[in-house]
Structures are given as structure tokens and as C-alpha cells.
Design a protein around this ligand. Structure first.
Ligand SMILES: Nc1nc2c(ncn2[C@@H]2O[C@H](COP(=O)(O)OP(=O)(O)OP(=O)(O)O)[C@@H](O)[C@H]2O)c(=O)[nH]1
Length: 180
């Protein structure tokens, strides 16, 4: 991990909630923080083909951040999550992008998810700023709400459209610090 990742703001951005919404179509307002990492799978049909996602949901707490490379090293795609109501989480995300570029697989598909878009009154990160940043690094970008099921399936469909090989892992993370 680099020096910039000392400050970690990726816990609680909604990584697990996004995965739960995608895999189980449910939402738990009292979900516990992830310990270490959790693993889930989901198969979706898209344009007459089955695509199986093997998803590592990494922990956002700083004490787990050193584990992240174990999960992203073998991954075909990474969903990096920030909270649109927390500017710091967007800055942390940029550090994660740098880390993935430096140490991740060379052709990893990167998707940026600005989660909690249902909390518009508390927004701190303008959608345009995040979209411009994502475009500048050729990443997929969507604003999501795990709570209201907004754009959750769309993130994964966009990853399929970016032509990741079948049966590859997905790594979700939020940071610039660790993952979730
Ligand atoms: N309003 C709103 N709350 C959300 C949303 N997604 C998650 N939350 C809430 O945010 C809190 C943290 O969600 P988690 O899914 O545990 O976040 P995480 O990023 O996995 O957290 P760590 O496991 O600590 O890294 C929980 O109280 C969720 O209910 C969302 O889209 N909208």
C-alpha cells in the first residue's frame, strides 16, 4: 500500500449492500461491517449467454486493507465504490485506482460506483465530477443505490459488455485504502 492510503474512508460506503442487492435482491439497513472478505456468486443470462460472477466483497476497515491484493490479483474486474455523500470516500477511490493500475492485473476492467444516490440532499460529490474522472481513466461509471435498487444490475451488465472472460473473479472495493 502506498503512503496516500494511510487515511482510509471506504468503510460503510455500501460495498456489501451492492453485492447483496445484486445476489439476493435484498437490503439490510443494519448490515454489519465486513470482516476480512466474503465471497458470493451469481449467474446471469445476458444475450443468450450465461455469465457467472465470482465476487469477493472486501472489508473497508483500515485493519484489513493489506488483504486487498489477494483478491484483486486474480480478478477480471473491480468495482470501486464511494459514497456520494462523503467527499473523502471519492478521494480514497482515486488512490485505489492508482493501486490497481500499479499492482493489479494489466487488463482489469474498472467500474466506479457512486453509491447512496438516494441521499440526494446529502450529496457532496457532483455526478459530473465523478463521471469526468471515470472517463479520464476509461472506467465504467454509474451512480447506484443498493437501498432503492438503482443501477445495481446495470454495473454488472456493463462489466459483461466490457467483455471480461467468463468465469473470472470480480473484486469489489471502495478505497484508496482497502476494500470492502
Ligand atoms: N441510504 C443508503 N444507505 C446505504 C446504501 N447502501 C448501503 N447503505 C447503508 O450504509 C451502511 C454501510 O453499508 P455496507 O454495505 O456495510 O458498507 P461496506 O462498504 O460494505 O462497509 P465495510 O464492510 O465496513 O467496508 C449500512 O447502514 C447500509 O444500510 C444505499 O444505497 N443508500
Amino acid at each position: 500500500m502506498n503512503e496516500e492510503m494511510k487515511e482510509c474512508y471506504d468503510t460503510g460506503v455500501g460495498k456489501s449492500s451492492i453485492v447483496w442487492r445484486f445476489v439476493e435482491d435484498s437490503f439490510d439497513p443494519n448490515i454489519n461491517p465486513t470482516i476480512g472478505a466474503s465471497f458470493m456468486t451469481k449467474t446471469v443470462q445476458y444475450q443468450n449467454e450465461l455469465h457467472k460472477f465470482l465476487i469477493w466483497d472486501t472489508a473497508g476497515q483500515e485493519r484489513f486493507r493489506a488483504l486487498a491484493p489477494m483478491y484483486y490479483r486474480g480478478s477480471a474486474a473491480a468495482i470501486i465504490v464511494y459514497d456520494i455523500t462523503k467527499e473523502e470516500s471519492f478521494q480514497t477511490l482515486k488512490n485505489w485506482v492508482k493501486e490497481l493500475r500499479q499492482h493489479g492485473p494489466p487488463n482489469i476492467v474498472v467500474a466506479i460506483a457512486g453509491n447512496k444516490c438516494d441521499l440526494t440532499d446529502a450529496r457532496e460529490v457532483p455526478e459530473k465530477d465523478a463521471k469526468d474522472y471515470a472517463d479520464s481513466i476509461h472506467a465504467i461509471f454509474v451512480e447506484t443505490s443498493a437501498k432503492n435498487a438503482i443501477n445495481i444490475n446495470e454495473v454488472f451488465i456493463e462489466i459483461i459488455q466490457n467483455k471480461i472472460p467468463k468465469q473470472k473473479h470480480i473484486f469489489t472495493e471502495t478505497r484508496g485504502c482497502g476494500s470492502s
